[in-house]
Design a protein. Structure first.
Length: 129
């Protein structure tokens, strides 16, 4: 069985819905939602409202902690690479894998292992092979 976790929305308990109601009949109270899976905030918030509440409360601090960009990022031919796959639906043919440059439209063949490797394209978009 999967582990239950709480919604990280700071105001989740303040929204009045039936699934947040807990306690005996004469002493009902709202509680933060608890589930095994959430669809928002990277799997940590139960709704878009809770996701927005989290960002409004903690977003500025998160940007300061992880670093706000102070210069524009520029896409160049050196950092415009991504890995792609051509799916083959015909019997007897195999899929093809390649590195693709968004600016120059250049294609370079790669292996399936390189396609599956997270290090083939660096975090800044450069081709590492």
């Amino acid at each position: 069985m999967s582990e239950l976790k709480y919604c990280q929305g700071p105001k989740c308990h303040m929204y009045d819905t039936k699934d947040r109601k807990r306690g005996p009949k004469d002493n009902k109270r709202n509680e933060t939602r608890r589930r095994s899976h959430f669809n928002y905030l990277g799997g940590n918030a139960c709704s878009m409202t809770c996701q927005d509440d989290w960002f409004n409360t903690y977003g500025q601090r998160a940007l300061q902690h992880f670093g706000m960009i102070t210069q524009p990022r520029v896409l160049t031919a050196d950092n415009a690479w991504a890995v792609r796959r051509n799916w083959s639906y015909r019997e007897g043919q195999s899929d093809t894998f390649y590195a693709y440059n968004y600016l120059t439209e250049e294609r370079r063949p790669i292996t399936e292992q390189q396609y599956d490797n997270d290090q083939t394209i660096t975090d800044d978009g450069r081709l590492a092979i």
